[in-house]
Design a binder for this molecule. Structure first.
Ligand SMILES: Nc1ncnc2c1ncn2[C@@H]1O[C@H](COP(=O)(O)OP(=O)(O)O)[C@@H](O)[C@H]1O
Ligand SMILES: [Mg+2]
Length: 252
C-alpha cells in the first residue's frame, strides 16, 4: 500500500525492499598476508523506510559489507538489488569529509547539482541541525560534533532513498554522541528513508534501529536478525534502551 508520502513524492518504487546477498567476499593476498575470507552467506532484505543497524565486533566485516552495498566494491560473489532507490543513495562516512576550503553552507551545496531546487532548503536544513550560525564558517573552526551535524545535513539535503552510515558518531563524548543520535532520529522521522547504519556500539544500535542484524566474528555471516521493540519516547530513555539491549543480545 502506498503511503501519503509516496504519493506526494511520486516515487512508485518506494515500496520495494533492498536485497543484499553476499555469498563470499575475499580480500586477495597482499605481500606475505594470505587471502582473507571476510563475509560468507550474508543475505538479507531491507524494508523500505526501515532503519537497519548492522552490528558486530570490530574487524568482522561491517564496513566491507557497507562498501559492497554502496557499490564502492563490486569484487564479491553474490548479488545486490537496490532497485530504482539505488539512484538516490547517500553515504555518510566515519570521518565527516568536509572540504576545508569551503564554508559549511558551500559543503552542503556541493551535494546537489547547480540550479537544483533543493539548494533553497539549505538554510532551513542548517537551522534544523543547529548550524544556522555556522553557515559561513570553515570546517576547521567547527568542533567534531558540529562537523558531523554538517555531514548529516549534507546527507539529508539530497532527500536520499537509501542512506548508508558507517559509525558516524565514533570519537565523540557521550552527550555529543547522544544529541547527534537524537538529531538523526528527528531527521529520519521528518524525511523517512531506508537507512543502513553500522556500529559496534550495542546501545547505539538499539537506540537507533528498528531492526538489528548482528554479524558473527571471523568469516562473518548473520548471527542474529531481530526487531527492536521500542517506542520513539523509549529510545530517549536510557533504562528502556538497556532493557531492550539485554533482551536482544541475551543470546550473544
Ligand atoms: N582493502 C582491504 N584489503 C585487505 N583486507 C581488508 C581490506 N579492508 C578490510 N580488510 C580486512 O577485512 C576485515 C574486515 O574489515 P572491516 O570491514 O573494515 O571491519 P569492520 O568495519 O567490521 O571493523 C578485517 O580483517 C580487515 O583487516
Ligand atoms: Mg568499519
Amino acid at each position: 500500500m502506498a503511503s501519503v508520502v509516496d504519493i506526494a513524492k511520486g516515487t512508485a518504487h518506494a515500496g520495494r525492499p533492498i536485497k543484499v546477498e553476499v555469498k563470499r567476499k575475499v580480500f586477495p593476498p597482499v605481500g606475505d598476508r594470505e587471502a582473507q575470507l571476510v563475509l560468507r552467506d550474508v543475505a538479507f532484505e531491507v524494508a523500505p523506510r526501515s532503519f537497519l543497524v548492522v552490528t558486530g565486533p570490530s574487524g568482522c566485516g561491517k564496513s566491507t559489507l557497507l562498501n559492497i552495498i554502496a557499490g564502492l566494491d563490486d569484487d564479491f560473489e553474490g548479488q545486490l538489488d537496490l532497485g530504482p532507490a539505488g539512484d538516490r543513495l547517500t553515504y555518510i562516512f566515519q570521518s565527516p569529509r568536509l572540504l576545508p576550503w569551503r564554508t559549511v553552507e558551500e559543503n552542503i551545496a556541493l551535494a546537489l547539482p547547480e540550479g537544483d531546487p533543493r539548494l533553497a532548503r539549505i538554510p532551513e536544513m542548517l537551522a534544523r541541525v543547529g548550524l544556522a550560525q555556522a553557515a559561513n564558517a570553515y570546517p576547521e573552526r567547527l568542533s567534531l560534533g558540529m562537523q558531523r551535524r554538517a555531514a548529516l545535513a549534507r546527507g539529508f539535503i539530497v532527500e536520499p532513498e537509501i542512506l548508508l552510515m558507517d559509525e558516524p558518531f565514533v570519537s565523540l563524548d557521550d552527550p555529543t554522541a547522544q544529541s547527534l543520535r537524537e538529531l538523526l532520529l528527528e531527521l529520519w522521522h521528518s524525511q523517512p528513508t531506508t537507512v543502513i547504519f553500522i556500529t559496534h556500539d550495542r546501545a547505539e544500535a538499539i537506540q537507533l534501529g528498528t531492526r538489528i542484524l548482528r554479524l558473527s566474528p571471523g568469516q562473518a555471516s548473520v548471527a542474529q536478525d531481530a526487531e527492536v521493540a521500542l517506542s520513539d519516547a523509549e529510545r530517549r530513555d536510557r533504562s528502556a534502551v538497556l532493557r531492550e539491549q539485554n533482551r536482544i543480545f541475551a543470546a550473544a
